[in-house]
Each structure stands twice: as C-alpha cells, then as structure tokens.
Design a protein around this ligand. Sequence first.
Ligand code: UN1
Length: 514
Amino acid sequence: MINQLLNQLDIYTHANQSEIAAVMGGNTRLKGEGEKLQVYSPIDGSPVATINMASKAQVDQAIQRASEAFIKIRTIPAPKRGDFVRVLGNLFRERKLQLAELITLECGKILQESLGEVQEVIDICDFAVGLSRQLHGLTIVSERPNHRMMEQWHPLGPVVVISAFNFPMAVWAWNTMLAIVCGDTVIWKPSEKTPLCALACQRLIDESLNHFPEFPCALSQVVVGDYSVGEQLSRDSRIPLVSATGSVPMGIKVAKAVSARLGRSLLELGGNNAMIVSASAEIELALRAIVFSAVGTCGQRCTTLRRLIVHERIADDLAARLKVTYEGLPIGDPNNPATLVGPLIDRQAFNLMQSAITEAKQAGGRLICGGERVIFADKENGFYVRPAIIEIDSLADVAKQETFAPILYLIRYHVFSDAIAIHNAVPQGLSSAIFTTDLREAELFLSVTGSDCGLANVNIGTSGAEIGGAFGGEKETGGGRESGSDAWKNYMRRTTNTINFGNDIPLAQGITFG
Ligand code: UN1
C-alpha cells in the first residue's frame, strides 16, 4: 500500500526509480549524498521510507540554482507568476484526497483535518493569484516643488522556508505562494518527520512548470535534511529571508544565524494559547470550541488551546461537562472517519507529555481526566493518548511552557482584570480567545490593555485561523506574520523613489547649499 502510494507520488530520483529524491526542483531530482533518514508513520510506528539526506555541497548547489533562477523570475510580470500559482492551485484541488491521505500517513492527523490542510493550500493559492495584481505601493506628496515620491515593491531574492511536521503542507504554501507571486525563488527545508509531504508538493510545482517554459526550473526546490541543513541555509548570505516555523529553541538558532549576517527572518514559533470563559459565556458554544481547539491535531497545533481561564462561578460546571466529553472522545486510527483524536507524532512527544503531567502534579495540579496512553493491539508502536485536563495554579512553571501534546490547563479567575493578567503572563503570544456575551469584556479583551497575542478571537476557539488574515504572534512566538493581509510585504524589498520634474534642485529640510 505504501509502495503503491510512493509510486503514485512519483518522487524518485531521475537516476533510480527506487531512490527517493532529497533534492528536488524543476528538472533536478537527486539522491542525497548525506546521511540516511528513516521516515515512520505515527499511525503505527511502521517505517514508510528511507531517504538519503542532502549533503552540504548539494544544499550549496541548490542555493546557487535558486540565486540564478531569481534573476529570471524577478522580471516575469507578477500576474504571470499569479497564473502559475493558479495552475498549481488547481493541481492541489485535483489531488486533494491523495495529498490529505499522505498527510495523515506521515503526520497522523485525522483525515478531516488533513483535507482541511490541503484546502488551506488551495485557499492561499487563490489569495496569491489575486494578490499578483495588487502588489502596490503608495504615492507620497513631496515637500519640494515639482517633485513626487512613491514606493515600489520589488522581488527580494531566494527565500528559505523551514517548516514543522504538524502542518507539513499549509505553512509552506503560506510562504511559497506569496513568495512566488512576489517574484522570489524558494528553497524548502521540511521537517525531517514529513519529507514525503514536501516532495509531493514539489512534484506539483514541477508539473505546473511544464506549462510555463519561460519560468526557471529552480523556481522552487525541496532539500531534505536535518537541523544542520537549516543552519547552513540560515547562515548563507545569498538568502535574504528565512521564514521558519517550529519550536522556540529552533527559532532562536535561526534568528541568531540570520541576524549575524544582517539578513531577515520571519518567525512563527511556539504558542501557549488561552481562552477566557466569562460567567456570561454561552457554554454550549464554548464547549465545542474548547474541544476542537484543545484536542484537534492531538494538541499539536501551534494554535492549540493550552490554558482555559474560567470564571470561578462556572468553573465546576464547565470542568464536569468537559470531563464527560473528553472521556467519550473517539481516539484511534486517523483514517477512520469516526476518530477525532489521532496519534502523537512519536515516542518523544509522548514522553514530553508524560513529564509535563508529572510536573503539573508536583506543582499541585489536579488531574481532572486523561493523560494515559491508549494502546491498540495492531498499532503498538503508535503513541495514542487520552487528552488531559489539569486544574492548576496559573503561576506553575509547566503552565507557562508549550508542551506539544493535548494537555489543557484549567485556571480559575475571580475578577476580569485578573483573567487578562493571567492570560498575558506567559512568554508566548500567538493565539487567544474569549467567550463572553458582555460587549465590554469582548472589546476590552481586543483592546490595547487586553490580549497581547497576534491573534485574538471572540466567541471562537484559538485554532483554525483563516488564510486571509496575517498569522503569527508576539514575544517568544517570534513576531512574524505570514499568510494573508499585507504579509506579502515580507517577501519583497521596498524602494522609496523621489522624482524631480522641475528645473531646479531644491533641497529637503530647507537647506541652502552654495
Ligand atoms: C501551525 O500549527 O503551525 O490556525 C499552524 C490554525 C491553522 C494553522 C496552524 N490554520 O490552527
């Protein structure tokens, strides 16, 4: 079954139809000259593929190809680049189910969510197509007579995208579709846990390129490798922008390497997302939003709901209802349509979850439900867990950390100002939500004295953002904004132009000179 899927994906090297490529893009499909990488499925821990990773020299060559391709792509009109993304988006539409099945196989999310992820790719393609006719700058009045000022946005150069296992296609697409219409080339280093998803996306890029002979082959490339490839790409001064999604320690490494050469980085790192549930909230709606946000993708979204800050008057009732729902959650094979909670990515994720639960208990936390491993006879090497709820003091260290697993910390509050203070008293700042029917609470939460996150929602959960908005967060989350709104500006360089159409050379600031 897996071999059949790999054959359908057509991601082998040109030299040998049984070797999976580690460097892929346009007419290049090379076997890696680096160490071996074993890819496992989190569904049952079975090996899916073996890939030789790209070597240092191969990564260097990919950068060289991307730099040369940039010289070509930057002069192709943006709407034409949009045309390319339109063709690509249609390929994603046609192959939606197959790609979703691959996401489920390699990253373990339930098929519904995998389909949603491919839809996110399709949506950002559509967004980028429209954007390709809207890369506009301002015109600005000049203080000098017979002068005019304006801004232009020009392509930036080869962009590196480093992505995580939990969104093995969508996060790449947010970056890449914008970068392509902006006239950049892309090198993608996917998570070493999900390289097949990356190669499958690259396969579609290559297919679209067949329709655009004037486009450079190395418009977009994948290099399969571990953190050392990420480091090499981050240090290389031919790369003006590195966009990285993943853990805070990874982001710090990337930021240091990129800033040491004064490049730009765009970071989307950890979240420790909270929801305030006020006494006036519509509890039924809140419950549904909490469960999707807290247990969806088995708690492995950067937007996963991790802290529930509940008014003391409704806390017991809400906890009791959540417990009933959690105890009935269908856990199991992510391909089974009845399943809502698939596996964690691997044993390490399971161990981290267990240590966080132990630490929470040591800090005085009360385990309300869940946390234990669920073992299936036919999937002994898959790490399935029952999502946990732990009531805890907001000051406990463990509640200030992001544990990439389905643990929901329940924290009580007494007055609304405390709820906001608790909400903001963590190092991360990605997503946030409030459930309330009180207009003043909702507005306050969204105001300057409210949530300090990049995403702040009213009466919906913390996860599942649409592509049309700018996505990202503050503090340790890294400050980057990807996807919609004006995030495209990250992938371009701005020039400010002043034009003199008069017969004199007046100086700004009223200076007379000679
Ligand atoms: C991530 O987990 O890195 O808002 C991205 C969401 C998704 C994207 C999550 N649209 O949950």
